[in-house]
Design a protein around this ligand. Structure first.
Ligand code: DQA
Length: 149
């Protein structure tokens, strides 16, 4: 299993333009560069894929498509974390691990962001560490589930 997926949900295509005081000023291409630079050689044996959609069904389809084959998935579900039982069920239904990531610390924000349906199905949750949350999630998947050569 050499494939890893970073998946972003709704409104995360607007990173860089959207509420930069909350989500930072980097767009996701820049964040991907930072992740690659940060992880360096650790990522070399792996293929890192990226998928973003604003549509719940497309995110479900993507989980179904890779969730039995990829090493794991780092998933920022955006607001669907707080609303989507369907995405949580998909994470439960696939066989590969999903790490839930939020750029912002959802526990410091509005009450309605404090509950995540997805978190109940994810192997773990990283929230509030900005773009590093994605890199830390990937690092965990590789260290925990990757080939130990
Ligand atoms: C977010 C937090 C969610 O509550 C919000 O709806 C988002 C972004 C984050 O990365 O901090 O869209 O997932």
């Amino acid at each position: 299993m050499k494939d890893l997926l970073i998946m972003n949900g709704p409104n995360l295509n607007l990173l860089g333009k959207r509420e930069p005081e909350v989500y930072g000023s980097a767009n996701f291409e820049e964040i991907l560069d930072q992740i690659n630079a940060d992880m360096g050689e650790l990522l070399l044996p792996y293929r890192l894929h990226y998928f973003q959609s604003n549509h719940e069904g497309a995110l479900l389809d993507q989980l179904h498509a890779v969730g039995f084959d990829y090493l794991g998935i780092v998933f920022n579900p955006g607001a669907y974390a707080h609303t989507s039982i369907a995405l949580a069920d998909a994470v439960r239904g696939i066989s590969r691990p999903v790490v839930e990531v939020h750029l912002s610390n959802v526990h410091q924000r509005e009450e309605y962001r404090r509950h995540s349906y997805l978190a109940e199905a994810a192997v773990g949750v990283i929230s509030g560490l900005g773009w590093r949350g994605y890199a830390l999630g990937l690092r965990y998947l590789i260290e925990q589930f990757g080939q130990k050569i």
